[in-house]
Design a binder for this molecule. Structure first.
Ligand code: NAD
Length: 421
């Protein structure tokens, strides 16, 4: 993480304010969207493998439900704070509005490092958190999904816990309480790769728009979890070469290019990129200074400060992660002519396919992969075009354009419904 202090929620609010100014957003709409609707904080005990009892702090922030049920991931990470979860929840509201999904925005998290816990402990933590949230989540009220540190397996535990406590009278109808589930527990084909796939759709649209040939191009990826690994393998299909990569364990380069499939396999079995045989170890500074065409941040927020923005030698950044670019870093990127495809557009493939999973659960259907892929492609391309057209017509950057497109939809709903009572 860069050394600059990163007030994530303030940064997201600032994006909101700037976009609101550009489209002359109604003042009450901006006011209502400036804070989450509900902030739920729970403390719950869990028995650990050594017999001790540990108390965990869990968050669920429900930002807006003007367009539909609250929707957003759950993060397990030692750095989780209320401020971050509030920021991430607000971003889910913009993302769902931008993608025209009938959802609002939410996010949850527990502050602990899941890598230090056994599978049994992870299950008990997940189940107790679900129990503590109780009817604050539900298939038509608030629908969690995976994020950093959480997996399809954990989503199955959340579903099972919810079904057997709150939703026990109608088990089938409560399947959609969570998305990102394993296929056999009601998940959808295409969800695991969906966020990375959406990032790649944005990159191919950008390339088409700028007549940039991806064949023979180079890219670097920070974070090689769900988003980073899938984006890497899918981008390689266009003939692009992954020349540097990094995660919580460190950074590697390979001037002749990594095989992203083999690297993903390594990370699955070893837990990180560390020790991968065909890479040379480099520092974080060297990683950011690696000459390349495309950079995909896919780890955490607050990674691209002034120093990183000055060091980067790429043409475009596709934000797989939420909030990776800090405002001061963004200014430098703008001065240097480096395009940023913003998070709320670039990584919205995940929530879009989560929506397809939820619809299938509601209808007791099971779509094939081709159908999911085709729908996602159409949705991503449409959103990219809307954002790009807005940016061009209003002479602004893609981030502000994405916020504006989302806010115009939210404003329309508020205008139609007005304020109760
Ligand atoms: P993940 O847990 O699968 O992977 C996270 C990756 O980040 C891992 O490779 C980890 O080693 C790396 N990382 C953690 N701390 C780091 C550090 N200090 N320096 C460098 N690397 C570090 O998580 P994910 O689901 O791939 O999420 C990654 C990002 O994408 C997050 O910002 C998340 O909010 C965002 N996102 C995820 C989804 C989704 O569907 N999973 C959807 C939209 C956005």
């Amino acid at each position: 993480m860069s050394n600059e202090k990163y007030e994530f929620f303030k940064v997201v609010q600032d994006h909101l304010t700037k976009a609101a100014r550009l489209i002359d957003l109604d003042a009450p709409v901006e006011l209502m969207l400036s804070q989450p609707k509900n902030e739920i904080i729970v403390h719950f005990p869990v028995r650990m493998d050594d017999g001790s009892v540990r108390l965990f702090k869990g968050y669920r922030i429900q930002h807006s439900n003007i367009l539909g049920p609250f929707k957003g991931g759950i993060r397990y990470h030692e750095g989780v704070t209320l401020d971050d979860v509030k920021a991430l929840a607000a971003m889910m509201t913009w993302k769902c509005a931008l993608m025209r999904l009938p959802y609002g925005g939410a996010k949850g998290g527990i502050k602990f490092n899941p890598r230090n816990q056994s599978a049994g402990e992870l299950q008990r933590i997940t189940r107790r958190f679900t129990h503590a949230l109780g009817s604050n989540i539900g298939p038509d009220y608030d629908i969690p999904a995976p994020d950093v540190g959480t997996t399809p397996q954990m989503m199955a535990w959340i579903m099972d816990m919810y079904m057997n406590t709150v939703g026990h009278v109608n088990k089938q109808a409560s399947r959609g309480v969570v998305t990102g589930k394993p296929i056999t527990s009601g998940g959808t084909l295409g969800r695991e790769k969906a966020t990375g796939q959406g990032v790649v759709h944005c990159i191919t649209e950008w390339a088409r728009e700028h007549r940039f040939n991806l064949e023979g191009s180079t890219y670097i990826v920070q974070g090689f979890g769900n988003v980073g690994s899938h984006a890497s393998t899918l981008l390689a299909r266009y003939g692009a070469s992954l020349v540097a990569v990094g995660d919580h364990s460190g950074y590697l380069k390979s001037p002749e290019g990594f095989n992203p499939h083999k690297l993903s396999e390594w990370v699955r079995t070893h837990g990180s990129v560390a020790g991968y045989p065909s890479g040379q170890v480099i520092t974080r500074e060297e990683f950011f200074a690696t000459r390349c065409d495309l950079f995909i941040p896919a780890a955490l927020e607050g990674q691209i400060g002034v120093a990183e923005a000055k060091a980067l030698e790429c043409r475009v950044i596709a934000e797989g992660a939420n909030g990776p670019t800090m405002p001061d870093g963004e200014k430098v990127l703008q001065e240097r002519g480096i395009t940023v495809i913003p998070d709320i557009l670039a990584n919205s493939g995940g929530v879009t396919v989560s929506y397809y999973e939820w619809v299938q659960n509601k209808r007791s259907e099971s779509w094939d992969l081709e159908e999911v892929d085709a729908r996602l492609e159409t949705a991503m391309k449409r959103a990219y075009k809307e954002v790009s057209d807005f940016a061009r017509s209003r002479d602004t950057d893609l981030r502000r354009a994405a916020y504006c497109v989302a806010l115009e939809r939210l404003q329309a709903a508020y205008r139609e419904r007005d304020i109760f009572p």
